[in-house]
Design a protein around this ligand. Structure first.
Ligand code: C2O
Length: 562
């Protein structure tokens, strides 16, 4: 017996040596994609309208790569709007030129022009996504990025039989650019979307949508990996499948400790991979997505549906809806986020910074500013540490790289100008918000802790904050005011969730940590498009290091001019 075991482990060893030597010697592949940004007529909810798409597809094409690959995406803009594309969650080490946010790392690609995004996928595997990063165009210009593990590497969870991308989105019957303009003219939020969608389709709870329903066929006994992406503009969402539990195994392209749940909560910008077993009576089951909103603001409770259909079951069976948490179920949300933990295995360790060089504390505020051109004479704005970010006219990364003066200043304050009871009684006035293109300068390789504190300026609300160029660890979250004397003692410094987008709880705070080892200019903003437009954004300038591979790479020749 022992011998057999030895023989087995020995041949296993040779087998793994063989597999790993293949992958070590395999050249990293180059994957090339062509993105033709074009206008296409699409009909939903009984309306046909022209929308901006990539290659005429809504949602757009999936980028399939393997960890270690180099990716070239040639984008040609044949639409009437300026365009730029962001590869949300890809770290773009030293290579902000391929990051994509308009006027932050590049000038937009003008109509009739092209730009090739050229980047390596290093040290990441899982689900991410790409989207337009200019105005509200990401409503229709987005798609999945699937990064497979290196050849010969298995998932650290039961291997699924099949996988499917589930992109959650929003649909407006009007042109989204008109919707955005209307909001700016009013100085108020524009109309909420007319439907939520799953893979571009609203499902049968909306008019004219029978044929616009996404269906996924499953076989009894098999396991499916769902790669769920929240591509909605302005809504955090609950998602569930009737009668089926989901096992969460990965978030934002980072493996997690698996846990089973009837529903997930996912904020715009985030991704969640779940395993679903087709282990119920053969039938048709609704998958559903519906907003989570526990703040006293406009409630939108439209439900998008899709169908999980067992093979051989007739289409005439009427599915029933999953029981999702109530739209304002704060305790589900808080409880769900405490279940998210990094896998933190020897192969996929959670390298949480333990010693912090720089402590940042940013308050998130809404406010009302005078606006002579607005219908009411005022407009809603948003700020971080009382600063409403003003978009520059040229890319900040160029200004940084070429030392162009007068584009930005690096005096963004590490804490708010005056402390106050952030989450006390609602404050109706703004606190003298100033405007500016103000950035925070971070020395290379320093460790940063940033506490994002929601405030009750006008109203509390939950904000999904996204940082470009990095993943961070969410070491703590809480309700009310962050207490620097007590809260850090409760941090999870062992296996906190690692993400690129964090949901700051309504009237609460989130503490994140990262090591600033990626030089460049990196945008940080609320991923609710409405709030980004109101100025809820800033950027970090991470300085070059002294080592040979520690400075920003030179810009590509075809970088779009302003
Ligand atoms: Cu997904 Cu700056 O965005």
């Amino acid at each position: 017996m022992a011998k057999a075991y030895n023989f087995f482990s020995c041949s296993l060893f040779i087998f793994f040596w063989f597999i790993s030597s293949i992958s070590l010697h395999a050249e990293a592949a180059v994957k090339t994609y062509k993105f033709d940004v074009q206008v296409k007529n699409v009909s939903r909810l009984c309306h046909a309208k022209p929308i901006v798409t990539v290659n005429g597809m809504f949602p757009g094409p999936t980028i399939y790569v393997r960890e270690g690959d180099r990716v070239l995406v040639n984008v040609t803009n044949n639409a009437q709007y300026n365009m730029s594309i962001h590869w949300h969650g890809l770290k773009q080490f030293r290579n902000g030129w391929a990051d994509g946010p308009a006027y932050i790392t590049q000038c937009p690609i003008k109509t009739g022009h092209s730009y090739t995004y050229d980047f390596n996928v290093t040290g990441q595997r899982g689900t991410l996504w790409w989207h337009a990063h200019i105005f509200w165009l990401r409503a229709t210009v987005h798609g999945a990025i699937v990064i497979l593990p290196k050849q010969g590497t298995l998932f650290p969870f039961p291997q699924p039989d099949m996988e499917t991308n589930i992109l959650l989105g929003e649909w407006w019957n009007n042109d989204v650019e008109e919707v955005e303009k209307q909001g700016n003219k009013m100085g108020l939020p524009p109309n909420t979307s007319d439907a939520h969608t799953i893979n571009g389709k609203p499902g049968p709870l909306f008019p004219c949508s029978e044929k616009h329903t996404f269906a996924m066929e499953v076989e009894q006994g098999k396991t499916y990996l769902l790669r769920i992406i929240n591509a909605a503009l302005n809504d955090e969402l609950f998602f569930g499948v009737d009668g089926h539990n989901m096992t969460v195994v990965e978030i934002d392209a980072v493996y997690t400790k698996p846990f089973t749940t009837p529903a997930i909560l996912i904020a715009p910008g985030q991704t969640t991979n779940v395993l679903v077993q087709a282990n119920r009576a053969p039938g048709r089951y609704f998958m559903a997505a519906r907003p989570f909103m526990d703040a006293p603001v406009i409630v939108d409770n439209k439900t998008a549906t899709a169908i999980l259909q067992y093979k051989g079951v007739p289409d005439t069976i009427i599915p029933s809806l999953p029981k999702l948490p109530a739209p304002n179920d704060t305790s589900f949300a808080l409880n769900y986020s405490t279940k998210l933990r990094s896998l933190n295995s020897p192969q996929y360790p959670a390298n949480v910074p333990l010693k912090i060089d720089r402590h940042l504390f940013y308050t998130i505020g809404l406010g009302i500013n005078p606006c002579p051109t607005c219908i009411n004479g005022t407009k809603l704005i948003a700020s971080l540490n009382n600063i409403t970010f003003v978009m520059p006219q040229i890319g900040l990364l160029q200004a940084h790289y070429f030392n162009i003066p007068g584009v930005f200043i690096t005096d963004f304050p590490d804490k708010p100008p005056t402390p106050f009871n952030y989450t006390g009684a609602p404050l109706t006035a703004n606190l003298g918000t100033s405007q500016g293109t103000r950035l925070s300068r971070i020395p290379f390789n320093s460790t940063v802790e940033l506490v994002l504190q929601d405030t009750n300026l006008l109203t509390v609300e939950s904000h999904p904050f996204h940082l470009h160029g990095y993943n961070f660890f969410i070491v703590g979250t809480g309700v009310g005011n962050f207490d620097p004397a007590k809260d850090p003692a409760k941090y999870n410094l062992v296996d906190p969730p690692e993400r690129n987008t964090v949901g700051v709880p309504t009237g609460g705070w989130a503490a994140i940590r990262f090591r600033a080892d990626n030089p460049g200019v990196w945008f940080m903003h609320c991923h609710l498009e409405l709030h980004t437009g109101w100025g809820l954004k800033m950027a970090f300038v991470v300085e070059n290091g002294k080592g040979p591979n520690q400075s920003v790479l030179p810009p590509p020749k075809d970088l779009p001019p302003c």
